[in-house]
Each structure stands twice: as structure tokens, then as C-alpha cells.
Design a binder for this molecule. Structure first.
Ligand code: IPE
Ligand code: IPE
Ligand code: MG
Length: 264
């Protein structure tokens, strides 16, 4: 049985919701567009960067909740290739918070058997961050619990572009033929290689858009948009999204399961 007492105490609403979800209906990969930090701060008359600072606590508790719920893969969208367009001070603060998170939280990841991997154009980040990320990957490489991916300087289009470039390079070197390229080849050469496509994509703060996240991988992902602003997101909100997902009927272009055997 999952160790959920801390995130959903016995008798609580979250616990009841959790107990109503059949085990086989849990998502294997949850991806989250963490949005609404700026609005959270604005509501309180604070600068936007205070929203980002508060968002760290939401990251911490969501990672813990995903681990306790035994969700195999969690991917968080932290910084897009378009986010460089933000004011310089905001970008610097986001990078500083990332460094702080890596310094402070690495031991929690290690202790909780969490494996860590950044995805995105990591080589374009500042050297100190690259080192911090590489260290976190190394320190958690042997862990077997939650696989926690963080998307940094990431966008779906950049990822697909990099994959196409790699294909061209391999072809030029005579290591790849046209017939070798199928959907499985593409999936295996994306940043997310080795993980199943997300079953559930959550976006906080009510925005109904994808903003260049995991474009290839979300072809058949179920979407849950919550009005909760990212800094307020906690285990109860993750559980609510999982419960919503568990009630969905997925078709993948086919017919409802119950009608599969029907003769016409
Ligand atoms: C999400 O919050 C954090 C990042 C994109 C880095 P925002 O900063 O986008 O918050 P809003 O959307 O302005 O409220
Ligand atoms: C998406 O949020 C990127 C991240 C959460 C890192 P944005 O706030 O940047 O997206 P838009 O600009 O509202 O589409
Ligand atoms: Mg936003």
C-alpha cells in the first residue's frame, strides 16, 4: 500500500478521493505546466519574483506527493525557451532559485529514492547550473523510485528541431537510413527518451494552452486545467487531478472499450 498518511491523512477528503481510484487507473507519467506565480504575487501586492519563491514550496510538495503516490514519472515545466524574453531581473531570480533548489533539495531527492533528470537545452544555461544539474543526475542515478524530470530552457519545438538535426548528422555519417526513422526512433531521440508519454497533463492558473510543452509526447494525453495558482498547488490538488483523470475514458482513436467486441 502507498505511504500516503502524510499527504492524505486517514479520514480526510483527499484520502477518500484517493481510495476511490482503482490502482490500475493511476497515471504512469504526470506532466505539469507550473503557471500563475506572477498572478499569485500580484494578488498580494508583491513583486513577481516573490511568486517564484513561493512556487518552490509547491515543487517540493508536488515531488513528495508524486513519490508517495508511487507515480513512476513526473515532469515539471520550469523554464521555457521563450521565458528568456522576461525582464532580466526575473530571469536572474529564476536561475538563482534553481541553484538554491538544487543545493537544498538534493538530499531529499537522494533520501526519497528519486531519480532526477533535466530536459531542455541545458548546455545554454550558466556553467554553475549545469554543474549543479550534472551533480544531481549523478547523485540520484541509482535511485529506483520516482523519475523526476525538470524542463529547463525547454520547448517542444526546440526538442523536435534538435532531434531532426541529430537525424541529419547521423545520416551524413552513414549511421542512419531513411527507413530507420519511424515514430519509435523519434521518441527514442527526444529529451524524454525512455519515459512513457504523459497520461495526464496538468496546467495551473486556468490558462487553456500548451505553451510549447512536450508537443510530440502529449498526442493522446488527458488534460486537466485547474484554476489553482502554482504557489498554492499541493498534494490535494494533485490527488484531485489524478481522480479526474481516472474517470476519463481514453480511446486513442479507437472505440469505447465496452463496444470493442460488438459485431456489426
Ligand atoms: C510560472 O508562473 C513560472 C514560469 C513560467 C517560470 P508565471 O511567471 O508565468 O506566472 P503568471 O502566468 O505571470 O501569473
Ligand atoms: C509556460 O508558462 C512555461 C512554464 C511554465 C515554464 P508561461 O507563463 O511562460 O506561458 P504563456 O506565456 O502564458 O503561454
Ligand atoms: Mg505564466
Amino acid at each position: 500500500m502507498k505511504d500516503v498518511d502524510r499527504i492524505a491523512p486517514p479520514g480526510s477528503e483527499e484520502r477518500k478521493l484517493l481510495e476511490s481510484i482503482p490502482p490500475e487507473r493511476f497515471p504512469k507519467h504526470v506532466a505539469i505546466i507550473m503557471d500563475g506565480n506572477g498572478r499569485w504575487a500580484k494578488k498580494r501586492g508583491l513583486p513577481r519574483v516573490e511568486g517564484h519563491r513561493a512556487g518552490i514550496e509547491a515543487v517540493r510538495s508536488t515531488v513528495e506527493a508524486a513519490a508517495r503516490l508511487e507515480i513512476p514519472v513526473l515532469t515539471l515545466y520550469a523554464f521555457s525557451t521563450e521565458n528568456w524574453r522576461r525582464p532580466r531581473w526575473e530571469v536572474l531570480t529564476l536561475m538563482a532559485l534553481l541553484k538554491e533548489y538544487l543545493n537544498k533539495e538534493l538530499h531529499t531527492l537522494v533520501e526519497n529514492n528519486i531519480r532526477f533528470r533535466p530536459i531542455g537545452r541545458i548546455h545554454e544555461l550558466e556553467p554553475e547550473i549545469q554543474q549543479g544539474l550534472a551533480h544531481a543526475v549523478e547523485a540520484t542515478a541509482a535511485n529506483t523510485g520516482l523519475f523526476f524530470q525538470i524542463a529547463l530552457n525547454y520547448s517542444g519545438r526546440a526538442e523536435l528541431t534538435d532531434t531532426v538535426r541529430e537525424a541529419v548528422r547521423l545520416a551524413r555519417e552513414g549511421k542512419l537510413r531513411e527507413d530507420d526513422v519511424d515514430e519509435a526512433w523519434v521518441a527514442a531521440h527526444l529529451a524524454t527518451a525512455g519515459t512513457p508519454d504523459p497520461d495526464l497533463l496538468i496546467r495551473t492558473s486556468g490558462e487553456m494552452r500548451i505553451s510549447n510543452f512536450l508537443l510530440w509526447q502529449i498526442a493522446y494525453t488527458e488534460l486537466v486545467i485547474t484554476p489553482v495558482l502554482w504557489p498554492d498547488f499541493r498534494a490535494r490538488d494533485l490527488i484531485a487531478a489524478v481522480a479526474d483523470y481516472a474517470r476519463r475514458e481514453r480511446r486513442f482513436g479507437g472505440v469505447p472499450e465496452a463496444e470493442e467486441t460488438e459485431e456489426t
